[in-house]
Design a protein around this ligand. Structure first.
Ligand code: FES
Length: 316
């Protein structure tokens, strides 16, 4: 009897968590996901947030033009985006401070205060890398989410800074209250940052899901590609840019790894192609990266002419 009651209670509880009803199967926690989806959807529709991001982005783009400084904050120099790596420092410092506040007792107070201050300092370079990414966003929905993410982060940093000041001036209870509130704001903002990366694909390699073309694959009649001309072709499902220079043929993945810009529409000069979207530059011969904000080489293809057809296969 007790077992039957337990099974029925467990079934009802599972249905509540899963959000299921009327025989529908839903994932665990589906109601929470639905609520989050609705909130994110509202943010994405906000024209005010989009306008804010556009204004901020154009300001940042004026300061961070393609070149060495943009490469530095993009992470081009280390082959990976800089922003996600830097976020670990303030988030780690502030989360550790929260643990010390909760569990460390009096002896841990000084350590917690120092960590709050370290987090505030580390947030500044982290914000610069984030603003650089915001300036390169392409759609209104992405920009609206990025604006909410930025505003959330500014609010969190302001609360942590106020907490540091309160702690240092002897108002410890107020300081702990402010940093605890900041943790909530920071977590919500991090959720939006995750949405941008994992849902919207911001900061990911836009060629990551292209399969290697292992066999020589005909893509175009050789006579259809003039000297100095770039064309978009398809090789086994991959969009490829082919280019003829000085009689030699070059081929690169067409979607720029940074954000998917169409390289066949880019400017070709001195054996290099510059992406029309944010000016990343790649060597046509092998796809190696010359200038960011891209952070990795562009996949490249070997080429040959066989029976009057241009053929390509992935370079290994
Ligand atoms: S899509 Fe950003 S540089 Fe190409």
């Amino acid at each position: 009897m007790a077992a039957r009651r337990f099974i029925s209670w467990f079934g009802a509880f599972s249905a509540m968590i899963a959000g299921g009803g009327h025989g529908q199967q839903r994932a665990l926690g589906a109601r929470g996901a639905d609520a989050a989806e609705a909130i994110v959807g509202q943010i994405e529709q906000s024209q005010a947030l989009d306008a804010f991001a556009q204004n901020l982005g154009s300001l940042v783009a004026k300061v961070l033009q393609p070149g060495k400084v943009k490469d530095l904050v993009s992470g081009t120099w280390m082959g990976h985006p800089a922003h996600p790596m830097l976020t670990d420092i303030p988030i780690g410092a502030w989360t550790s401070a929260l643990m010390l506040d909760l569990l460390g007792g009096r002896t841990a107070a000084k350590g917690a205060d120092t960590l709050i201050g370290i987090g505030v300092l580390a947030a500044l370079p982290t914000a610069v890398t984030g603003l650089s990414e915001l300036a390169d966003l392409g759609t209104e929905h992405e920009r609206a989410i990025a604006a909410a993410h930025a505003i959330g982060n500014i609010a969190a940093v302001a609360l942590y800074a106020a907490s540091y000041v309160a702690r240092k001036s002897g108002s410890r209870t107020i300081g702990v209250g402010l940093s605890t509130a900041a943790t909530g704001v920071m977590t919500a903002s991090a959720f939006l940052g995750g949405h941008l990366s994992f849902r919207k694909g911001i900061g990911v390699n836009h060629t990551a899901f292209e399969y290697a073309v292992e066999d020589w694959t005909p893509v175009l009649d050789a006579g259809e590609l003039a000297e100095g001309e770039a064309k978009l072709v398809n090789a086994a499902g991959n969009d490829v840019m082919v280019y003829r220079a000085g009689g030699a043929l070059c081929a690169l993945a067409d979607h720029c790894m940074h954000a998917g810009g169409p390289l066949h529409e880019g400017k070709v000069e001195d054996g290099r192609v510059t992406c029309p979207w944010h000016a990343s530059t790649f060597n046509l011969a092998d796809g190696s990266l010359v200038r960011g904000p891209a952070t990795a080489p562009q996949p490249s293809y070997e080429t040959r002419v066989q029976d009057g057809k241009i053929e390509v296969r992935s370079r290994t």
